[in-house]
Design a protein around this ligand. Structure first.
Ligand SMILES: *Cc1c(COP(=O)(O)O)cnc(C)c1O
Length: 372
């Protein structure tokens, strides 16, 4: 059945209109709209609690969280960072925009995450850090990555843009590595419209990040650093506070729908899903299917077919970031067969809190029909 309205891959979570309007009303009294305001600080406190981290710094978006977190380590220009190509382009750009070199490591086909077994062979005397992504909220092999980093004296910076609220071994995901960044973009499982945050293992790094996100200003006549401007404003912080009021309900609903969807989709021959670590919780942020690559019709034609039926899936993550023109030079010696294969066989299907069971049924039926 052709859906009568467009079903997009995601739909942003929002609080009730009245809740948000009521929450922003005080701004008309205070006229304090940005610059580490009351709601910005409230959100930092509530996120520390929710994410189970000792300290967090809010920033304007996830990309700047990553770019400034990397900058905060003051790595020498031209240093190398080992990372995954199976990610959103932001991850790779954040490295390159710091005048550092992304060194692409292949991935594990079961999880989509960086293949820790291949990291050591990529280490050179220029390597300063490892930057893995918990892709789709799949937690990386933290112990193995940590051991490699310790042995070679490297920093670990996790891109946890997909991993909001996830716990690993009963601790918030932000407690691992030297730094972890989150994205609160409108399309993520928790949003502040645009927003992001950084957690550092070393609390002193938060001072450094504060400088980098606020022009380096430490006082009316004191500038400590050549900083940028990446502050979160009060309207965004309040959206975050409102969304945080409902996050447990949102995740519970996602979980129910996810389990339902998963059962139906796995009954279709030739379709599988990635696996998760037993020691992690999930946030059900992306509903990613993997098509058997020998299958006809292939991923691209399924994508087109769904689109013709008003269902807008996404080929996350295709192309690999290493395949974009701007990274040809860095990628020329990379061997990424698993990443290439997964990238050409994944499809992220529409999934969000408000998706209706009937819509899930419809999407699954269309896929089953098309592939049979
Ligand atoms: C969304 C995302 C980012 C960037 O976050 P923004 O808030 O959109 O700037 C970085 N890395 C990954 C893996 C992402 O999915």
């Amino acid at each position: 059945m052709i859906s009568d309205k467009k079903i997009l891959v995601t739909k942003s979570s929002m609080p009730d209109y009245e809740e948000y309007i009521e929450a922003i009303r005080p701004l008309w009294d205070s006229h304090w709209l940005t610059n580490m305001g009351e709601y910005h600080n409230q959100l930092e406190n509530r996120l520390c609690e929710y994410l189970d981290v000792p300290q967090i710094s809010l920033v304007v978006n996830g990309h700047m969280a990553l770019e400034l977190a990397i900058q905060a380590f003051d790595f020498p220009k031209g240093s190398e960072i080992i990372t995954t190509p199976f990610t959103f382009i932001s991850t790779t750009h954040a490295i390159a925009r710091n005048d550092l070199i992304p060194v692409f490591c292949d991935i594990d086909s079961n999880t989509g995450n960086i293949d820790f077994n291949q990291i050591e062979s990529l280490i050179t005397d220029k390597t300063v850090a490892i930057l893995p992504v918990h892709v789709y909220g799949n937690v990386c092999n933290i112990e193995a990555i940590d051991a490699i980093a310790k042995k070679h004296n490297l920093k670990v910076i996790y891109d946890a843009a997909h991993a909001f609220g996830i716990k690993y071994n009963n601790r918030g995901i932000g407690n691992y590595g030297d730094a972890t960044i989150f994205s609160f973009h409108a399309t993520k499982v928790f949003n502040t419209i645009e927003g992001g945050a950084v957690v550092f293992a070393n609390p002193q790094m938060h001072e450094k990040l504060y400088n980098l996100k606020n022009f380096g200003i430490r006082g009316e006549e004191e500038v400590a650093e050549i900083g940028a401007n990446a502050k979160m404003n009060e309207f965004c912080a309040i959206m975050g506070l409102c969304n945080l009021n409902h996050i447990d309900q949102v995740l519970a609903t996602r979980r129910e729908k996810w389990d339902y969807y998963r059962k139906l989709i796995l009954a279709i021959p030739g379709i599988s899903m990635l696996s998760y670590d037993d020691n992690q919780t999930m946030n059900y942020s992306y509903f990613t299917i993997v098509l058997d690559n020998n299958q006809v019709p292939d991923r691209d034609s399924l994508y087109d077919y769904l689109k013709d039926n008003n269902i807008y899936s996404r080929k996350y993550f295709y192309p690999l970031t290493s395949d974009y023109d701007c990274y040809h030079k860095e990628a020329r010696n990379s061997k990424l067969p698993v990443a290439k294969e997964l990238s050409s066989s994944v499809l992220v299907l529409p999934f969000y809190e408000e998706i209706e069971y009937a819509q899930i049924d419809n999407i699954v039926a269309l896929i089953a029909d098309y592939l049979s």
